[in-house]
Design a protein around this ligand. Structure first.
Ligand code: AN7
Length: 364
């Protein structure tokens, strides 16, 4: 493994002998079994798919590698996307890797600093628009229709093709599809891609079952839940601050075809899940990513019985993209002391923070 999405899933992607087999090491991300949170929710088989381990820190790399390879194959002169941040980081990285000019339109003031930093250092032309993501995507669609530049948002079907490989990996790791798959929903490309991947694997006989697709939007940016476009979407989870998802119908198909759910979680629920994942599992994902686990917590509170369910939560992006939010959410945990051993001891042992002695942490 580690060979990248194109060569690993060559036969299941729209490749030809002329497609350049590029890779930056995307895909093959860990599926980690929960050590604490699953137990607390009465769910012994809970897994997290760590998409933040991709080269640019999000799942977008899986789709981008296919979109860029096809753009190169077609002789494209430049690529372009609108983005809440991660798509632009991924496009910019692959643009640099493949030496193809990259234009990214981002909503001004609404993109996490780490993502903006990525797009800039990778050398993309970063264009800030005084509007939200939906407006920026509209501009990019119009621009790429009028000009010979390849659109690499998930309205480009090659993006969906690449992203479906994450579903393949989940099945390959578990031996079958999970019972429930929790996933954040923004522009709805990813839920569309996973559903396509699970169905293709089942058609090929590589899995017996299909998961129920459990998609979660942020409450202030939940057009699919509400059944109408949200003109001015608002949420702390800036990656999914999207009011008119491009793959809206794909999300509905995933929901209805799988007997699943598209629901919303509040910003408080997202932040609670964000903190829980970090301080009870050691998983530092970004707030938008935590919407998947927040959805699981919500359904647990509503009485969903999880004891015999195999569940996967997709952690779509890396928490390091927005460290300021982590510091402000963690709440005053760093203390300042004088540089003496007494002060170090007072700050550590003084408050009984070590707890009771214990032999083994894994004996349960
Ligand atoms: C971490 O980068 O839309 O439902 O422009 O960055 O497939 O849109 C990002 C979306 C979830 C939602 N988690 O996925 C963009 C962008 C993270 C994300 C989503 C995004 P889709």
């Amino acid at each position: 493994m580690g060979a990248g999405v194109l060569s690993t899933y060559r036969d299941l992607l729209p490749l030809t002998s002329a497609t350049p087999m590029i890779t930056m090491g995307e895909g093959d991300t860990p599926l980690v079994k929960s050590n604490r949170l699953g137990r607390e929710l009465g769910c012994p088989e809970l897994y997290f798919k760590l998409e933040g381990c991709n080269p640019t820190g999000s799942f977008k790399d899986r789709g981008m590698v296919v979109a860029i390879a096809k753009a190169l194959e077609e002789g494209s002169r430049a690529i372009m996307c609108a983005s809440t941040g991660n798509t632009s980081a991924s496009a910019a990285a692959f643009g640099a890797h493949c030496d193809i000019p990259t234009f990214v339109l981002i909503p001004k003031g609404e993109v996490a600093m780490g993502k903006l930093a990525q797009a800039m250092i990778y050398g993309a032309k970063v264009i800030m628009v005084n509007a939200n993501f939906d407006v920026a995507l509209g501009l990019v669609r119009e621009f790429t229709e009028r000009n010979d530049v390849t659109l690499v948002n998930s309205v480009n079907p090659n993006r969906i093709e690449g992203q479906k490989t994450a579903a393949f990996e989940v099945v390959d790791a578990l031996g079958d599809a999970p019972d429930l798959l929790f996933i954040p929903v923004g522009n709805a490309g990813n839920i569309t891609a996973y559903w396509k991947g699970f169905r293709e694997y089942q058609d090929l006989g590589r899995s017996q079952t299909l998961p129920r697709m459990m998609g979660f939007q942020a409450e202030g940016a939940a057009p699919i839940v509400r059944g109408e476009i949200v003109a001015n979407p608002q949420t702390i989870a800036s990656a999914i601050r999207i009011g008119n998802p491009a793959s809206w119908s794909g999300a509905i198909e995933a929901r209805d075809g799988s007997g699943g759910v598209i629901d919303s979680v509040s910003d408080d629920e997202i932040l609670e899940a964000y903190r829980l994942l970090a301080n009870k599992e050691g998983i530092f994902c970004e707030p938008a990513s935590a919407a998947s686990f927040a959805g699981l917590v919500k359904m647990h509170r509503q009485g969903l019985d999880l004891h015999d369910k195999r569940i996967v939560c997709i952690c779509t992006g890396n928490g390091l993209k927005d460290p300021d939010l982590a510091v402000s959410s963690a709440g005053g945990q760093a203390i300042e002391i004088a540089p003496t051993i007494e002060a170090v001891e007072a700050a550590t042992l003084g408050n009984g923070e070590l707890g009771e002695p214990r032999r083994s942490r894994n004996s349960e």
